[in-house]
Ligand binder design. Sequence first.
Ligand SMILES: [Zn+2]
Length: 422
Amino acid sequence: MQLRYNYRAYPDAAQCRALAKAFGCARVVWNDCLRDRKEAHAAGLPYVMSAELSRLRITQAKRTQERTWLADVSAVVLQQSLRDLDTAYKNFFDSLRGKRKGRRVGPPRFKSKKDTRQSIRLTTNAFSLRNDGTVYVAKVGNLKVRWSRRLPAAPTSLTVTRDGSGRYFLSFVVDSEPGILPEAEADTGVDLGLSAFAVLSDGRRIDSPRFLRRAEKKLRRLGRELSRKAKGSRNRAKARLKVARQHARVADRRRDWHHKASTQIIRDNQAVFVEDLAVSGLGRTRLAKSVHDAGWSAFVGMLEYKAVKHGRTFAKVDRAFPSSQICSACGFRDGPKPLNIRQWACGACGTVHDRDHNAARNVLFEGRRIVAAGRAETLNAGGAPVRRAHVPAQRGEAGSPRKGQPTRAGIPGLQAREHVNR
Ligand SMILES: [Zn+2]
């Protein structure tokens, strides 16, 4: 399976300029190629193949007056930009034909200098890990990196990004063998609640930590302050940067915490069942804010790929399954319960239920039933095929990595902290 490993990088001033140039060139190639395809489509001409675009918009363009600066950056960066465009088109076409699950994908869009997130993608012939702990990027130099955890194997590709608050990140894609954990006795159902972050079928409640809630609160306050500043003013620009920084901080902390919580659940349980949330549906209701804050879908994605990685069974229970209506003690269907009902007594057997705990138990029972019936799209139940496309860790990565000279695994000369396996 493919996993992403992200690290913060600290380019010096000259490297920042080289990266800005690379971001710009990748964007120009993307936009030039996209324009060609759009114009061909509008004129009723066939789809322009990438070989032709590569020749026209990269190789030949470098020799023209107005694109001569394309030669200043690594050719790999330009080629990968075109590949990413191909992938964006493929996702769009697959989505149109119904071959792609999930949310509808729109056609590729033009990129702008003003986009908050700028990126380039490199294959192994354009980057390498150095013995001194830096990462060499072609035509940029050796970047300083904070290695927050060990790379488990040689990376097959690297994406360098600059985010809205001016921070740089290296994101490596690594093909990793599943690290099968010793078998655990327990299995669990997980209810993603609104009162607690999650409730497990054994009754354990997982709350978001206080530091995260505090950071989120600060984010909301900064957002309000921003909205009060006059449009176009310097103060507004300052406030916007503050919001962007706090956003990044909250996202980092939330991700770290999600990693810890999901790893714990996967370690403790041989099988994990979660309700398949209609998060995109909920997103349009008044629950939207709390749903997005809680970051459930990212969390479920982590459970899913860690289950694959560690040889656990993972299944989603159909969202139509009435987990909050059924009595988990006797199986009686007690009817719908509005969200404000936190506790209820079963009309048949009289058992008093905590709403979330009862739901988690029902998710567990339903998950077991699905797996027993062999109907689950389990990722790794007894050798079931692993659906590569569904492993969320490779989110954003275009296609499968291409073969290249392997670079070294691990972090040269550095002792590292292991996040994933904790
Ligand atoms: Zn009952």
